[in-house]
Design a protein around this ligand. Structure first.
Ligand code: PAF
Length: 297
């Protein structure tokens, strides 16, 4: 049993808290009041309290030091969240991050002791918050974890054990490629659903097809130049199958833009543009999405 800190009480933070609490002692760092119990609601409608110590940032010392920290906030909030929790991590703590888009790994690795591991967790676990305190669990897609530094690589078996209570969980020795695959899905779905204010499934209409192909074509050229083997045809198949599986959902970016919140566009199309510029690949379609979302947010 590890002393685990979960940062972020969004839908994914609550789902991870629920599953990992079967095996570990969980502390959940929340932004909202800590006195209100958080609830997990299964797809059959049954609801029960999540077993976790709820704390705010001033109380981090109460249950520290942590052996494992799982940071589930948005891409652009990761650095600030890490700065807040860093003093409370054990010398051999494993830090796991999970968010849409790329980035953050180099910046975090530069701040870790060489005895601390860094790993990334991609997940297709799905849920939504029915109230600020309750998550409705709607889907059990795969979750895959991979090391982002040498320490995590050496201790991958330990991480595999620690996350074994997550549904459909596995580890990979090539998390960078898996992050790219997820990135390609987000590039196809997130900005267009936000700009046109539509559900994921509505992007299957023929009017969006050429733009989706152009966006993914640019991104695949960048990935290939980085040495990541992805094919446009496979990226398109994957994006359209996620649109179908999540047809009735609004993407996270559609929700961010419609609620006037900051979006993850910098870590999605922004990453492709930045890498494209470094590698000499033009990315006008991703640049257009980046500019349009920036104007809207
Ligand atoms: O960001 C999201 O909403 C999700 O990653 C995805 C896969 C696009 C499904 O809505």
């Amino acid at each position: 049993m590890a002393n685990v800190l979960i940062v972020g009480d969004g839908a994914i933070g609550l789902l991870f808290s629920h599953f990992l609490s079967a095996q570990h002692d969980i502390t959940l760092l929340t932004r909202k009041p800590t006195l209100t119990t958080r609830f997990y609601q299964a797809s059959n409608g049954k609801s029960h309290p999540i077993k976790a110590h709820l704390i705010n940032h001033k109380e981090l010392g109460h249950t520290a030091p942590f052996d494992l920290v799982l940071i589930t906030v948005k891409a652009f909030q990761i650095q600030a969240a890490f700065k807040q929790v860093k003093p409370y991590l054990s010398r051999t703590c494993q830090i796991v991050i999970s968010h849409n888009g790329m980035g953050n790994v180099d910046e975090l690795n530069a701040q870790l002791l060489n005895t601390q591991g860094l790993a990334f967790l991609t997940t297709r676990l799905a849920g939504f918050k029915t109230t600020p305190y309750s998550v409705n669990h709607t889907g059990n897609g795969e979750s895959v974890l991979g090391a982002c530094n040498a320490t995590a690589s050496e201790r991958l078996n330990e991480l595999e054990q620690q996350f074994s209570y997550l549904p459909h969980f596995s580890v990979s020795d090539d998390i960078h490629s898996l992050r790219w695959q997820k990135l390609l899905v987000n590039i196809a779905i997130n900005p267009l659903t936000a700009i046109h204010n539509v559900k994921n499934g509505q992007l299957r209409a023929p009017q969006f097809n050429t733009r989706i192909i152009n966006l993914l074509n640019e991104a695949c050229l960048v990935a290939n130049k980085q040495g990541v083997k992805v094919k446009l045809s496979e990226a398109l198949d994957q994006a359209y199958s996620v649109m179908t599986a999540t047809a009735e959902n609004f993407s996270s970016m559609q929700q961010d833009i419609s609620h006037n919140r900051e979006s993850e566009i910098d870590a999605i199309c922004g990453y492709v543009c930045e890498q494209g510029a470094k590698l000499g690949i033009k990315t006008p379609y991703n640049q257009a999405m980046l500019s349009m979302i920036k104007i809207k947010s």
